[in-house]
Design a protein around this ligand. Structure first.
Ligand code: IMP
Length: 201
């Protein structure tokens, strides 16, 4: 099998979130027609793996096998060194409340957990894993990361998720304060997409 993608091909994005599929289409320079697993009525598999790459592969594999088309999936999150890598693959779950996802609550949980460790080590890393799977065939997976320091209290209202408490190394602003284009130029997701394009095109 030749692990290259033909431009113009249909790519199934293993997500039920149309916004995420649109972002994936843009990050692949509009070269593919991206349809969501949700639009195709595919079930969402449970993310049971311990690594970002493991979960991305699991999701891409499930969408490709169920749809019979090449599928792409991502998994991302924040790893805090002082917390042994938590929240890690559970980054979204750390934000769960009875009223839905709340990232102020998740950032507060991270702050309280890091304070318990004595605050000596504030280093953290964002991860973005991407996997492309062929139906019942091969899979290509890559991972991008960006290193930074946690800042408490968080700063800035741009971005999403844990952006306000993450300041990339070598920069004076958090992801929440940075211009979105500046974040996109250096983010874990940008690194992962560059690696994926190098592998597939
Ligand atoms: P998932 O990849 O959909 O499982 O979700 C990962 C979670 O990690 C998201 O809900 C975000 O909270 C967090 N996350 C991933 N990437 C970023 C980022 O660029 N900024 C802030 N939070 C992020």
């Amino acid at each position: 099998m030749v692990l290259k993608l033909e431009f113009g091909a249909i790519l199934v994005s293993a997500t039920h979130n149309p916004g995420k599929a649109k972002e994936i289409a843009e990050l692949l320079d509009g070269k593919f027609e991206v349809v969501t697993a949700g639009a195709l009525g595919l079930p969402e598999p449970e993310e049971v793996e311990q690594t970002f790459v493991g979960n991305a592969v699991l999701k891409a594999r499930a969408a490709a096998d169920a749809s019979g088309k090449v599928a792409i999936a991502d998994d991302s999150g924040l790893s805090v060194m002082a917390l042994g890598g938590d929240p890690g693959v559970l980054s979204a779950r750390w934000a769960e409340t009875a009223g839905g996802r709340d990232f102020d609550y998740a950032m507060d949980r991270v702050e309280k957990a890091v304070i318990k460790t004595g605050l000596a080590d504030r280093s953290a890393r964002f991860h973005s894993a991407l996997a492309v799977a062929w139906p019942h065939g091969a899979v290509v997976a890559v991972e991008g990361t960006v290193d930074g320091m946690l800042v408490f209290p968080g700063r800035g209202t741009n971005g999403f998720g844990y952006d306000p408490i993450f300041q990339p190394l070598g920069y004076g602003q958090t992801f929440g304060e940075m211009d979105p284009m500046a974040k996109h130029a250096i983010s874990h997701r940008a690194v992962a997409f560059e690696k994926l394009k190098a592998a597939l095109f």
